[in-house]
Design a protein around this ligand. Structure first.
Ligand code: NDP
Length: 431
């Protein structure tokens, strides 16, 4: 297939996703319990990844080298890797699939998708659209089954050229090690313990909304959760009060209901993990300002709900400040000045994202330079785009997704040398 034809297929797929966005969003909600408003927003945005990378498909070019040898012609080609396996988690199955699938197909690879067994329905329904769009059989494939069995088998399969994985860091490390056995290309989007840093000169109303969206949107089940809120001492108590007042009003309920603001946790195991971390935080001496358990309203009894929970007086040494909870649990940590904010922000094995709230432009640039994270938001939080490279520093991952250059994660370079000489030179000397 020509590159232009590939691009057109991706555009056609984008149109079909747009047509079916509401139905696909409903399936996502039934699978993972996240808010319909959030999932519909994602589904309406996903087509842009396919259009962006569809547009790039026929702009993947090699070059002719101004080679430094007489009678030699050299050029490069950009070639696909082969079979790409996309392993996706349960929190945003189709969005995180689009981030992998759009560049992989634009680059000319084929793809095998392994969705999480907890949330495979939306991917299966999505798969119907590949045929309708006109993708040749075998180009896009979906395999369901447990990660430990099917996922592991795919990672070990020597015919697979690349693994594009999003999920937890322990699984990511296992995937990385297994992929190393056959020297596969790997991109990993893993966990985070992202600092959201509020300076005393910030617009506090906006900072409160940013902190809330960082941790309670998606019930905290997002790799970019701003789970550590660093607050400068002069506004520390005021921020705590404002956050509690705002979060206490958050409406828990049926995720399909458009007035619901906080839905349930996706899996029972994940809810147990979150509750366990809340107990750990209490045991470590963090001050619980809000929540700290499961809600007792009878209409919530059938869901795996956890109350929006806020801990104050957290220190960097506490496990609640070091380990990814992946739930609606906020840790507030006080700091004195920029130096201490940077020290605390970077005191983590992770480096996925960070937020900075300030009205001082010098400080905004200084913080953006010094924070060790793949994404820094200033006076905003949780913004992503098909144009914006996304990925982690340190143990938050390897490689990036989205953005033009990221098509290179799915390509390899071949250099072709053609001698134009009449006779070959001395065979015992390197050319
Ligand atoms: P995992 O990292 O285990 O799951 C991610 C994907 O990997 C799923 O498709 C899973 O399949 C698959 N998988 C699991 N084991 C293997 C394996 N050995 N080889 C290949 N693929 C495998 O997430 P969990 O559900 O276990 O969540 C654990 C923690 O990870 C969460 O508590 C959270 O902290 C974090 N997490 C982070 C995410 C992020 O976006 N960064 C997303 C999800 C979780 P299956 O589900 O079918 O087992």
């Amino acid at each position: 297939m020509t590159a232009s034809a590939r691009g057109k297929l991706l555009w056609r797929l984008a149109d079909l996703i747009e047509r079916d966005a509401e139905e696909l969003a409903r399936i996502e909600v039934r699978d993972n319990g996240k808010l319909y408003a959030e999932m519909l927003g994602q589904l309406q945005y996903i087509p842009e990844w396919f259009r962006y990378f569809g547009g790039l498909a026929d702009k993947i070019e090699g070059g002719v080298l101004p080679i430094d040898k007489a009678e030699m012609f050299s050029y490069t080609k950009r070639e696909p890797l082969g079979v790409v396996v996309a392993i996706t988690p349960w929190n945003s199955p189709l969005l995180l699939l689009a981030w992998k699938m759009a560049p992989a197909l634009a680059a000319g690879n084929t793809i095998v998708i392994k969705p999480s067994e907890f949330t495979s329905c939306s991917t299966l329904e999505f798969a119907r659209l590949f045929k309708e769009a006109g993708f040749p059989d075998g180009v896009v494939n979906t395999v369901t089954g447990l990660g430990s069995e099917i996922g592991a088998a795919l990672v070990e399969n020597p015919r697979v050229a690349k693994i594009a994985f999003t999920g937890g860091d322990a699984t990511g490390a296992a995937v990385y090690a297994a992929a190393a056995k056959s020297i596969k290309h790997v991109t990993l989007e893993l966990g985070g313990k992202s600092p959201n840093i509020v300076f005393a000169d910030a617009n506090l109303e906006n900072a409160v909304k940013g902190a809330i969206s960082g941790i309670f949107a998606a019930t905290g089940q997002t790799c970019i959760a701003g789970s550590r809120l660093l607050v400068q001492r002069p506004i520390y108590e005021e921020m705590c009060q404002r956050l509690v007042a705002f979060a206490a009003r958050a409406k828990l309920g049926d995720p399909m209901d458009l007035v619901t603001q906080v839905g349930p946790i996706t899996t029972q195991a994940q809810r147990e993990k979150v509750i366990n971390y809340i107990e750990i935080a209490r045991g470590e001496g963090a001050r619980c300002l809000l929540g700290g358990g499961t809600p007792d309203a009878p209409e919530l009894a059938k869901g795996w709900f956890v109350e929006p929970t806020i801990f104050a007086d957290v220190t960097s040494q506490m496990r609640i400040a070091r380990e990814e909870v992946f739930g609606p649990v906020l840790s507030i940590i006080p700091f004195e000045d920029e130096n201490e904010a940077i020290e605390i922000a970077n005191d983590t094995i992770y480096g996925l994202a960070a937020g900075v709230w300030t009205s001082d432009i010098r400080r905004a640039f200084a913080m953006a330079n010094l924070i060790k994270a793949g994404t820094v938001w200033v006076n905003t939080y949780r913004a992503v785009s098909y144009m914006a490279p996304f990925g982690g520093y340190k143990q938050s991952g390897i490689g990036r997704e989205s953005g033009q250059a990221m098509i290179n994660e799915y390509l390899q370079t071949k250099c072709v040398w053609i001698s134009l000489a009449e006779s070959s030179p001395d065979p015992f000397v390197m050319r």
